[in-house]
Design a protein around this ligand. Sequence first.
Ligand code: ADP
Ligand code: ZN
Length: 431
Amino acid sequence: MDFFDKAETWDRATIEATQAVRLRATVEQAMKSPFYAERLAQAGATPDAVRDLADLTRIPFTTKDDLRNQYPYGLACVPRSEFVRMHCSSGTTGTPVAICHTQLDLNSWADLMARSLYMAGVRKEDVFQNMSGYGLFTGGLGIHFGAERLGCMTVPAGAGNSRRQLKLMRDFQTTVVHILPSYALHLGATLQKEGEDPRKLPLRIGCVGAEPYTEETRHRIEAMFDIKVYNSYGLSEMNGPGVAFECQAQHGLHVWEDAYVPEIINPETGAPVPDGEIGELVLTTLCRHGMPVLRYRTRDLTRFIPGDCPCGRKHRRIDRILGRSDDMIILKGVNIYPMQVERVLMSYPEVGQNYLITLEREGLKDSMKVQVEIREEHFVEDVRVLRALQENIARRLRDEILVTPKVELVQHNTLPQTEGKAQRVHDRRGQ
Ligand code: ADP
Ligand code: ZN
């Protein structure tokens, strides 16, 4: 196996033995913050009680609200002078959470990130363009230091401004990009609109993540640019990107288990789900000194992929994230995930890159409207052809989500487009 870090080659026994040792050290370190000192003492989860991985469940969960309540320094386990940087979550779901890092924390994060990129096939010879927003968001500096650590010539392009992105890509002969899935489709479409072929760029790899997307969307991005797309997962509470990444088998994301303990639980009961079943991902940091976080409920839904990966790494794989538990739409008593809608939409070649789900309430009746951008060349079609397409999409959606949405075909580039994570659902029912 071609690897960047020896830890990638560890067998299960070595991974688990290391986790046990690091978990105990992490609990000890966490107790230096007033928050965990009290929480862990109350639960009887002191370093003496957490001797092994099996004792993990003695530790109470940490929630996003816990972290918000401790903002800004409540979770600090080192003197403030030891911190060298802080980052925040994007605040997609409310008040942000801040994590402060020591130099050691940053070094270990950059190593994890470099290892992730290497696993996806990125090498020192590559020119790496990072199209994430820099600043507080972890996708900027987090990815950046990983690419530099690997030795890539790294272009800190930042988010948006397609014209500038394309100029940089051409001038510096970019071979790898880090990009949001929604933005990748937008960028490709922008090029095509200018009469250019995105496949002619020297690009070969796209590291795509930070928001949920489907296998259909991966195929679209791959075909559009003639590249390989690898899924990148992370969250600021766990540093940021570099928590889990796809290898070249493109079948699930390896969680770096020497640095994190992953669990998948039933979000209602908190109990572990049987292997292979979908539940909420819970993560514990094992290599963080400044602000360790124990059994953090990510609210992200996924499952462990059973069995071994052909690449040889024994770090367990999680499936593509289905969405956040708070993204789940409950409509007429049916549970629906936006990704189910995306999967259907993206299987139509006529459908462009953007869509929007709106939930409305008229009287006591809830309804769902799905607006879909149609590619320019298809929008000029006969009204009857468009109507048939509209009906066909509505029918396929009904089969998938069990309620019949109102489908509206709109011209491309008419739905709102953000520079950051895409907003796919507007819930107007409470208004
Ligand atoms: P926020 O929670 O405010 O968006 P972050 O910037 O820390 O803050 O984003 C982390 C979240 O982004 C994750 O918890 C997850 O919901 C989402 N995310 C990150 N990477 C992926 C990915 N590859 N697939 C799906 N969702 C992802
Ligand atoms: Zn693998």
